[in-house]
Design a protein around this ligand. Sequence first.
Ligand SMILES: [Cu+2]
Length: 190
Amino acid sequence: MRTRTTPAHRAVTRARRAATAALAVALGLGLAACGDDAGPTKADETTQADQVTIEDPWVRATEGSKDTSMTAAFMVITNEGTEEVTLVGADTEVAGRTEIHEMVEIDGEMAMQAIEGGLVLAADRGQVLQPGGNHIMLMEVSTALKAGDEVALTLEFDDGSTRELTVPVKPFTEETGHYHEPGTDADHEH
Ligand SMILES: [Cu+2]
């Protein structure tokens, strides 16, 4: 990523070359504000949200689920950066509350619990959020979510940066049965 320079800008540009490169990456733009000497303190490094790529996000439909007040969001989230990134939360209008969850074994049963401190993504590493594993729990869901719907979901990182996603709703399937109460009879929809 290169920045155009002129003699007038060169001294400043040289001093700020690293910051400028980071800014250009962060914004996905050229350095449009080169001339106005905006303070570099705010945008002189890439945010955590900027470092992350998201693939195949989806939210499990509540239709077909026994408990329609909760569901989860899944995706492949990859930290493309050189610094650790921590996903600390998520926000969506369809849920009153969200948590970042992991699956743990308690007395031989798999159960889900909030990940203390958030989901840490090491530099240059990806994580798969999927049924039976880590997921973004959506609770107090008051809207029926049907396959084909779309949900706006904002990911929140621990540097305060955010990433807005539009996430398709996909059908409830038996593979996502980890969200059933233990011992309940799930409807099999094969
Ligand atoms: Cu959960």
